[in-house]
Design a protein around this ligand. Structure first.
Ligand code: FES
Length: 70
């Protein structure tokens, strides 16, 4: 599927997924990397959903959950 997500900037779902695969962790990262969602903002809810869905599928390294405040 390669549907257009951000009509203002012509950014497709595939381009957003590519940014996620390259390490984007948030909607702000997607905005910075693709410019999606940086004009009218109407697509931000869709971008949020794509980010949430993608991050939910990635297994979390248990070592990264541990935060030490030394
Ligand atoms: S549709 Fe994405 S910023 Fe307008």
């Amino acid at each position: 599927m390669n549907s257009l997500v951000c009509f203002c900037n012509g950014i497709t779902e595939n381009e957003i997924l590519t940014a996620l695969k390259k390490g984007a962790q948030s909607t702000s990262d997607i905005q910075r990397m693709t410019r999606a969602g940086t004009s009218c903002g109407k697509c931000l809810a869709v971008i949020d959903s794509l980010v949430e869905e993608y991050l939910a599928k990635i297994p979390v390294d248990p070592q990264q959950k541990i935060k030490f405040d030394l």
